[in-house]
Write a protein that binds this ligand. Structure first.
Ligand code: SF4
Length: 484
């Protein structure tokens, strides 16, 4: 791969670099065909449009001309300036808001605006606001003191004011210099040891393959950035080395960094042994799964949600009217998608779910992770279900994720539904699909259903995805019983 030192740095590149140094390098030199499409950038863009729409005013204009004319809002301002020596920094600023100050245009100036997703204000948001601020400073010859950060809370848009301090500007310049260093080198920076970041990254397919090939410690479930650092410090640099070490020795070495690290020494050794041997290792041979094994039948339950407005929009249920040890014919399993169009239609939804689940009150309800029981019990309580009903429902839940974690060590990098189901050989019908994509489909369908029905097929795709999530849960439960 060739290095291109004249490549300008822009906001997108800085954002990538803050998330992962390697990501920025790959954005410049990586082979674009290796990039995966993910729904996250579209979700982010839609979120930004919603947020900016909230600021819209009648008195607006486009580009620098809007600033010259003193419009309240200036859209689409493109700026560039060498904020660091010999390197052009470019910024496409979708929206600027008029504020007080003395600029080259008169007794007003402009401040940067940014939309943020996520619960907290992160370093990424502060530094990008600072970068926009410095670019505007140069244009209007007046110090930008504050930036605006918009985000959605339920259906409302909240506006936070962020002070753009000297300290923040210095941190930005340091970051730009380090980013410049990274993109001026011929080899990419290492794969991040905080692999959680990779789950939403377009480059994950390529990085995952390299990480597996290199036997990176971050491939082991339970080892995050901090533990990789500590293990490296005590001389363990690969999965192979971890798999060979004596448990007591590792425990002793990790003890000085805190019991939270030493207590899991045995677990991470077994996990790495499973990865090296590519075999499943049973943890509790004596433990039996009687309530699952002996049930006459099962319900499988999975929810799709819009986290931004805390809305569970789809409750998917499969009723399996036979014991799990029997052969399961997937074509014959009946899937019921229970839609919850608006948050205020929950009384009808609860009645439908309760009716379905009461057909076979002796059937356990299996699910993957803790979200489903929490949501369903909350729904029942809000709809006036009596305490006995809630208690009875509570006893029926079986968390397959918990059972897998308690009973098995599998040669996987994480214990998410997708990872485990794929390891046992289950395939989702739709390719490159995940919760973010289902959420995007849902939002598109909801927006278009009353206007042009452009996304009418989205709903079927969501149902198909949710049904596959239910079946994947069932297949993992069956694998557990078959390997008991
Ligand atoms: S997949 Fe992970 S390591 Fe690779 S570029 Fe993305 S965030 Fe960085």
């Amino acid at each position: 791969m060739k290095c291109n030192t004249s490549k300008p740095i822009n906001i997108h590149l800085l954002r990538s670099w803050i998330r992962c140094r390697r990501k920025a390098w790959l954005e410049v030199y990586g082979e674009k065909q290796k990039k995966l499409w993910t729904a996250h950038s579209t979700l982010q863009l839609n979120h930004q449009i919603d947020c900016f729409h909230n600021l819209s005013q009648k008195n607006y204009g486009i580009g620098i001309q809007a600033c010259e004319e003193g419009k309240n809002i200036a859209y689409g301002v493109r700026l560039k300036y060498p904020l660091i020596k010999n390197r052009i920094i470019k910024g496409n600023l979708p929206i600027l808001k008029k504020t007080t100050g003395e600029s080259i245009w008169g007794n007003f100036s402009y401040q940067p605006v940014l939309a943020r997703q996520g619960k907290k204000i992160a370093r990424e948001h502060r530094l990008i606001l600072a970068m926009k601020g410095l670019l505007i400073n140069n244009l209007q010859k007046c110090q930008v003191e504050k930036g605006l950060l918009l985000h959605k809370e339920n259906k409302n848009i909240k506006v936070e004011t962020i002070r753009l301090s000297e300290k923040m500007n210095n941190e930005l310049i340091d970051s730009l210099l380090n980013l410049e260093k990274d993109i001026d080198t011929k080899t990419p920076p290492p794969i991040t040891s905080n692999r959680k970041k990779c789950t939403i990254c377009e480059w994950r397919k390529d990085c995952d393959a390299i990480s597996i090939k290199e036997g990176s410690l971050s491939e082991v479930s339970g080892i995050g950035a901090k533990r990789v650092f500590l293990l490296n410090k005590i001389g363990i640099n690969s999965i192979d080395e971890l798999a060979k070490i004596n448990h007591y020795k590792l425990k002793e070495k990790l003890e000085r960094y805190g019991t939270q690290h030493s207590d899991i020494s045995k677990k991470i050794i077994i996990q790495s042994q499973s990865k090296v041997s590519k075999k499943a290792i049973k943890l509790n041979p004596e433990k039996t799964l009687n309530n699952l094994k002996e049930a006459k039948g099962l319900y499988i339950y999975d929810i799709e949600a819009d986290p931004d407005i805390k809305h569970d929009f789809l409750h998917g249920l499969i009723r399996l009217p036979k014991n799990i040890k029997n052969k399961i014919s997937l074509e014959k399993t009946k899937y019921s998608p229970l839609l919850n169009l608006e948050k205020n239609t929950e009384s009808f939804l609860w009645k439908r779910i309760a009716k379905k689940l009461s057909l076979n009150k002796d059937y356990p309800i299996i699910h993957y992770g803790e979200t489903e029981p929490i949501s369903l019990l909350k729904l029942g309580l809000s709809q006036g279900a009596n305490p006995d009903e809630i208690e009875a429902l509570k006893k029926r839940f079986i968390d397959i994720h918990l059972l897998i974690r308690e009973n098995w060590c599998l040669p996987v990098s994480n214990y998410g539904l997708k990872s485990i189901a794929e390891w046992i050989g289950f395939e989702w019908k739709q390719t490159n699909i995940d919760g973010a994509r289902a959420l995007l489909w849902w939002r598109q369908w909801k927006k278009s259903r009353k206007i042009n029905k452009m996304y009418s097929r989205n709903l079927n795709s969501i149902f198909e995805y949710n049904r596959d999530d239910c079946i994947a849960t069932l297949m993992i439960a069956k694998w557990l019983i078959d390997h008991e």
